[in-house]
Design a protein around this ligand. Structure first.
Ligand SMILES: Cc1ncc(COP(=O)(O)O)c(C=O)c1O
Length: 375
C-alpha cells in the first residue's frame, strides 16, 4: 500500500520543536510523570516495580477495565488498546475495508481518516461541514452520498479542526441511518469529554450498537500525548477479532510503562478534564478578545468542544500569513491547506497554558503589520 505524505504531520515536523509558541496544537497541556502519579497514592512505588516484559496484545486487562467503564454498554472484552489513535485508525481500515469499497468521511478531517482507505483502493466521498451553518453536517447530504458499495461512514465529533459538535437528535439519526443501511460507523471521539457545556456531550457511538466503533486516546482531552495510548471500543465481535489479529503486524503489544500510566490517568480522568477545560475556557476569552479587535482580518466560529478552532483569514493568503508569522514572530498557526481547505482557514489551538503569551505576540505582530501598511 502506498500512502502519500501526511501534510499536517509534515508541517509539524518542520516547526514543532523549534518554534517558541505553538498556537495550533490539537492536544491539551501535558504534565510530568511525577504530577500524574501524584493523583494516586502508592503509584510511585508500583510504577518503579512495574514489569518491563511484553504486555498482553489486546491491552492490559486492568487498563481495558478502566476504558470500558467510560462507556455505558462495554466490557473490557470490547476494548482494544493501541499505540495512539492513529494506529487504531490504520488497523480499523485495514480490517474493515477492501479495494473498491466506498466510504463517506466527515470533511475537513485529520488526514488518516480518509488516506488509509484510499491506500487500500477505496472510493472516498467527503461529507462536508458547512461553515455557513456553524460547521454543521447535513444528514440529507449523507443520503445523497450513499452508493451500493458504501461500507462505512467516518465522523469526528467533537471535530478537528472546527470544534463542531453534532446535536444529539442528529447523532441518533446518524446511528439509525448506519444501522438501517448496514454501514459501519467509525466515530473518532478523541476530543470527547472536552465539551464546554456538559449538556452537549454526545453518547459514545459504541453504545448505539455493534454497527459502531468508538475511537479514544489519552492525547487530546486528557493532555497525555506522550503516552501514545489510544483505543477502539466496539461490540462487533467479527471486526474486533480481525483488528486484534492485524495488530500482530504493527506494534504487537503496547508499552508497559505507558499502559500503567494510562490506567492511572483514566482512573482520575475527570481531574485531568477539569484542569484542561479551565485552561481552554481561559484561553477562549483571550482569543475572542483578539478576534474582536480585528473584525476585517478574521472571522471566527466559536467551537463547542475540544482544544481548537478554525478561523478564517479575510485578507491575503493564509499560507503566506502563517509562514511569515512563524518566521518573524515565532508563533505557529496551521494553514487549512494541510486539510485541503481552500477557503483561507487556519487552525488555532486552545489547550496550551502559554496561549496568553502567544496571543500577545500575535497581537503585536498584527499591530506592526498595520503600522507598516499605513506608513
Ligand atoms: C481527529 C484525530 N484523530 C486521531 C488523531 C491521532 O491521535 P494520536 O496522535 O494520539 O495518535 C488525532 C491527532 O491529532 C486527531 O486530531
Amino acid at each position: 500500500m502506498k500512502l502519500p505524505p501526511f501534510k499536517l504531520e509534515r508541517y509539524f515536523a518542520r516547526y514543532e520543536f523549534n518554534t517558541e509558541f505553538l498556537l495550533c496544537s490539537s492536544d491539551c497541556e501535558a504534565m510530568s510523570i511525577a504530577d500524574l502519579l501524584a493523583l494516586e497514592e502508592g503509584t510511585v512505588e508500583r510504577f518503579h516495580g512495574h514489569w518491563l516484559g511484553y504486555t498482553e496484545s489486546l491491552g492490559s486487562p486492568t487498563l481495558r477495565k478502566e476504558i470500558a467503564a467510560m462507556y455505558a454498554t462495554t466490557t473490557p472484552g470490547d476494548v482494544l488498546v493501541f499505540a495512539g489513535a492513529n494506529e487504531a485508525i490504520y488497523l480499523f481500515m485495514m480490517a474493515a475495508l477492501k479495494e473498491n469499497d466506498h466510504i463517506i468521511v466527515h470533511a475537513p478531517h485529520y488526514q488518516s481518516l480518509s488516506e488509509v482507505a484510499k491506500g487500500i483502493g477505496c472510493m472516498v466521498s467527503p461529507w462536508r461541514a458547512r461553515e455557513e451553518n456553524g460547521w454543521a453536517l447535513d444528514l440529507n447530504e449523507l443520503r445523497h452520498l450513499m452508493r451500493p458499495s458504501t461500507k462505512a461512514v467516518i465522523v469526528n465529533l467533537p471535530h478537528n479542526p472546527t470544534g463542531f459538535l453534532m446535536p444529539r437528535a442528529d447523532f441518533d439519526a446518524l446511528n439509525k441511518f448506519a444501522q438501517e443501511n448496514n454501514l459501519l460507523l467509525f466515530s473518532d471521539e478523541v476530543y470527547r469529554e472536552s465539551e464546554y457545556d456538559l449538556a452537549d456531550r454526545l453518547p459514545a457511538a459504541v453504545d448505539y450498537g455493534p454497527h459502531a466503533v468508538s475511537l479514544g486516546v489519552t492525547s487530546k482531552t486528557y493532555g497525555l500525548a506522550g503516552l501514545r495510548i489510544g483505543w477502539l471500543a466496539t461490540r462487533n465481535r467479527e471486526l474486533y477479532e480481525k483488528i486484534a489479529s492485524l495488530k500482530d503486524y504493527t506494534t504487537i503489544c503496547n508499552s508497559a510503562p505507558s499502559e500503567f500510566l494510562a490506567e492511572v490517568a483514566m482512573r482520575h480522568r475527570m481531574k485531568l478534564v477539569n484542569r484542561n477545560l479551565a485552561i481552554i475556557k481561559h484561553n477562549l476569552a483571550i482569543v475572542d478578545d483578539l478576534f474582536s479587535h480585528h473584525p476585517s482580518l478574521f472571522s471566527w466560529h466559536r467551537p463547542k468542544a475540544g482544544s481548537m478552532g478554525f478561523p478564517k483569514l479575510l485578507q491575503g493568503d493564509v499560507e503566506s500569513f502563517c509562514d511569515e508569522l512563524v518566521m518573524k514572530a515565532g508563533v505557529l498557526l496551521l494553514p487549512g491547506s494541510v486539510y485541503d481547505d481552500t477557503h483561507n482557514h487556519f487552525r488555532l489551538g486552545l489547550g496550551r497554558k502559554n496561549l496568553p503569551q502567544a496571543a500577545e505576540r500575535l497581537e503585536g505582530y498584527l499591530t506592526n503589520l498595520n503600522l507598516n501598511r499605513t506608513l
